[in-house]
Design a protein around this ligand. Structure first.
Ligand SMILES: Cc1cc2nc3c(=O)[nH]c(=O)nc-3n(C[C@H](O)[C@H](O)[C@H](O)COP(=O)(O)O)c2cc1C
Length: 182
């Protein structure tokens, strides 16, 4: 059955929270679902023009935190209000400090954050490519020094129902289960 025309359902769509500073050092955050790993140490995100894009055009840097089951409310808020109108970080009751590596804020309410330098930004296509120069993770989401998605409980954006879903159970072993058929 053909359905939905041009609106494709390609999952998962992440909930990436992009943190930036404006020219006065005021932190901002926005929600972006269209992003992905595009190389080792590289992230690509598709963006329209926002306060966020104005900010990183000036600073050359941004952070990316991952929306989680515990941060749904603030994560959605960061996608339905603009930093052009209000200080979203303050309104959401969030706390920030400056990344030690790039000119962008780390939002302390999120347990995992990438610190990125703008590698390429093309406003006409909307493709932002960032070099991931460092990452910060709370101890609480690590197991044996590795990010444990079971502890992080990242959310994805569900475009069918405009919902957020939590990333769930382990159902197999990568590079391993398929070997049985080889
Ligand atoms: C679930 C969700 C996903 C979104 N994904 C994107 C996206 O991938 N790209 C984009 O340009 N805007 C996206 N937005 C819209 C921006 O987050 C929104 O316009 C926001 O107000 C921009 O904030 P700013 O003006 O403070 O930068 C999304 C919003 C929501 C709620």
């Amino acid at each position: 059955m053909e359905f939905s025309g041009k609106k494709s359902i390609i999952t998962p769509e992440c909930v990436l929270i992009i943190g930036t500073y404006d020219e006065n050092g005021v932190p901002n955050a926005m929600n972006a679902a269209w992003g992905m790993q595009s190389d080792e140490g590289e992230i690509t995100i598709m963006l329209s023009k926002h306060k966020t894009t104005e900010n990183f055009e000036k600073t050359g840097a941004f952070t990316v935190a991952f929306g989680t089951a515990d941060t749904v409310l603030i994560s959605d808020y960061f996608g339905v209000e603009s930093g052009k109108n209000v200080n979203k970080i303050e309104k959401a009751g969030c706390h920030t400090h400056k990344s030690a590596h790039v000119d962008a804020p780390i939002i302390e309410e999120y347990p995992l954050t990438l610190e990125c330098r703008v590698r390429n930004w093309d406003p006409s296509s909307g493709y932002l490519i960032g070099e991931i120069v460092a990452s910060q993770a709370d101890e609480s989401i690590l197991t044996d020094g590795k990010v444990d998605l079971g502890k992080l409980r990242p959310i994805i954006f569900d475009p069918s129902f405009n919902a957020y879903r939590v990333v769930g159970e382990v159902v197999g072993k990568a590079f391993s289960d398929g070997l049985k058929l080889k």
